[in-house]
Design a protein around this ligand. Structure first.
Ligand SMILES: [Zn+2]
Length: 283
C-alpha cells in the first residue's frame, strides 16, 4: 500500500507533467489515486494542473462526498468513481485533454487500430466512447463497459482517461495514447498509416497481456485466438471502432488506415521549392 504522503507527491508531480507534456491546459483534466483506506485522493475543481500544490488535493468517499480538504472535488469525479467501481485493480486515474487524440475523435477517425507493435503489446486497442456531456452520470455510465476491458480510452470530442496500478502507470498510458496519435497523424500526413499484420498483432497482444498484465477481463482472454483484440481487428476486416460486448459499434468512425495515397508536397514545401528554383535561376 502506497502511503497518502507519497500519493500526494505523485498526483502533484504527474499533474504538472501532464501540463508540461501538453496533455492538458489551463484548468483542464483531473487526477486521482486510491488511498490505503479505500477513499480517494483527487484534484479539486478549478485548479491549474501545471501549478498543483498540496492544497489542490481533496479526499472523497466512494460516493464522491468530500471528507477532507479545501474546495470541491473535480466536477468530473463521476468518471473516476466509475473507473474504480469497474476495475478493482485500478489504483489511479488520469483524465486529460490530449490535443492530437481529441482531433482524431473530432475528425471521426478511430484510434482502435493495431499500428505500433509496442502499443499493441502494452495497451491493446484504444476505443472511442460515444459523446456525452462532461461531468454527467451519462458519461460515467458510457465509459463503464470500456474501462472494464481497456486501460486507456478516448471520449468523443472531449479527452482521454487512463487507468493504472499507480499514478505513474496511468500517466504512461495517457502519454502513450497521445504519442500514438502523433505518430499515426504524421504517417497519415505522409500518405498513409499502415497496420500490423493481424496475426502479428494478435501474437503481440497475447504476449503483452501475459508479460505485463492489463484489465482482468483482457488477461483472462490472453490464450484465446486474438486475445482481447476485437474479432474485426484480428481479421482486420475494417470495423471502425470495436465496442465492448453489449455495446453497439459506431458505424460513423473512419479507420485510421489510409494506404497507397500519392505523396503530395504541402503548399509550404512547394513554396520552398519554387523559391529555391528562383534563386538558382537568379544566381
Ligand atoms: Zn474533461
Amino acid at each position: 500500500m502506497v502511503p497518502e504522503r507519497r500519493l500526494r507527491e505523485d498526483l502533484i508531480k504527474f499533474g504538472r507533467l501532464c501540463y508540461e507534456r501538453h496533455l492538458l491546459v489551463a484548468m483542464d483534466g483531473n487526477l486521482s489515486a486510491l488511498l490505503p483506506d479505500g477513499t480517494i485522493l483527487c484534484t479539486k475543481a478549478g485548479c491549474h494542473k501545471g501549478f498543483l500544490v498540496d492544497d489542490d488535493l481533496v479526499v472523497i468517499d466512494r460516493k464522491g462526498r468530500k471528507l477532507r480538504g479545501v474546495g470541491n472535488p473535480t466536477s468530473e469525479m463521476l468518471m473516476h468513481l466509475a473507473c474504480y467501481e469497474e476495475r478493482p485493480d485500478c489504483r489511479a486515474v488520469i483524465h486529460a485533454h490530449p490535443p492530437i487524440s481529441i482531433a482524431f475523435t473530432i475528425a471521426n477517425v478511430s484510434m482502435a487500430r493495431c499500428v505500433l507493435p509496442e502499443v499493441v503489446l502494452t495497451l491493446g486497442t484504444v476505443p472511442t466512447v460515444p459523446y456525452a456531456t462532461t461531468g454527467t452520470t451519462s458519461l460515467a455510465d458510457k465509459i463503464r463497459p470500456y474501462v472494464r476491458e481497456h486501460d486507456a480510452i478516448l471520449m468523443d470530442t472531449h479527452g482521454a482517461v487512463a487507468l493504472g496500478s499507480s499514478v505513474l502507470e496511468a500517466f504512461c498510458r495517457l502519454e502513450t495514447v497521445e504519442h500514438t496519435a502523433l505518430i499515426t497523424k504524421a504517417a497519415r500526413d505522409l500518405g498513409g498509416a499502415k497496420e500490423l499484420d493481424p496475426r502479428e498483432a494478435a501474437h503481440l497482444r497475447s504476449m503483452g497481456l501475459k508479460r505485463y498484465g492489463g484489465p482482468p477481463a483482457a488477461v483472462a482472454r490472453a490464450d484465446q485466438p486474438g486475445a482481447d483484440l476485437p474479432p474485426a481487428c484480428v481479421g482486420c476486416s475494417g470495423c471502425a471502432n470495436p465496442a465492448p460486448q453489449g455495446v453497439a459499434p459506431r458505424a460513423d468512425l473512419k479507420m485510421a488506415r489510409v494506404v497507397a495515397q500519392p505523396l503530395v508536397p504541402s503548399p509550404l514545401v512547394e513554396a520552398a521549392i519554387s523559391h529555391a528554383v528562383l534563386r538558382s535561376l537568379q544566381s
